[in-house]
Design a protein around this ligand. Sequence first.
Ligand code: ADP
Length: 251
Amino acid sequence: MALKDIKSIIAIASGKGGVGKSTVTANLAMAVALEGKSVGILDADLYGPSMGIMFDLKDAPEMDEKRHIIPTFSHGVHVVTLAQLFPAEKANAWRGPRAAALINNLLNFVNWGDMDILFIDLPPGTGDVQLSIVQNCKLHGVIMVCTPQSVALADCLKGIDLFREMNVPIIGLVENMSGFVCDGCSKEHFIFGKDGAKTFAQKMGLELLGQIPIDAPLMEGGEKGMPAVLANPNCAGARIFGEMATKLLTT
Ligand code: ADP
């Protein structure tokens, strides 16, 4: 199945790097797959692809008879990432036109099979990759990921502006690293501030899809190559991803 035949394509975006966009992509995709849907991830974070580690992909992908990439099936999710195609120790030092060409190849030359939902993990920012994807594929919508502090919200604001300018519906906002529950005192600590992204979502007229705590199993799942939603389904973060997936599939 080509990209144009996929029922729903959802981009996951953030203004700032390191806010947990890939963690959200991996766990949300996994949670939707656990609901019985056929799910894919296109890791379009060209300069820092994380899905190779997050889904434990070691080998190059297989090709079909037309020389189109066959996504690698890992833990129930079909994944394509540049981490499989380029050496890990080499910098992907690509100027805009090369990056845009690579993205177009990924959009055109992958055989997705029969797929219900494809999540595209975008790089941070508002550059060539975002523009190429918005212009060349029909997005159902975009999910913004942000942490509660102003330095992250300021960049998220720019991302929201880009997608609104380009008429891409914004499905909602995920506040990541919302708070941390200490296992010594059981108190919740708001290390990056309390409800910053929640308040921001209200101001921007966006739905708050969930508030994900700082939760060690989410990090461990990413490190070990099995998203926490599968590896540790009862952790606080995994349960919220489960609720988000149900909501996503019913709205
Ligand atoms: P981005 O894709 O925005 O650059 P990542 O998803 O790669 O961010 O997350 C950056 C780091 O933070 C990773 O090591 C990830 O495991 C960790 N991380 C992200 N969200 C959480 C969370 N809610 N709790 C614990 N660790 C997290």
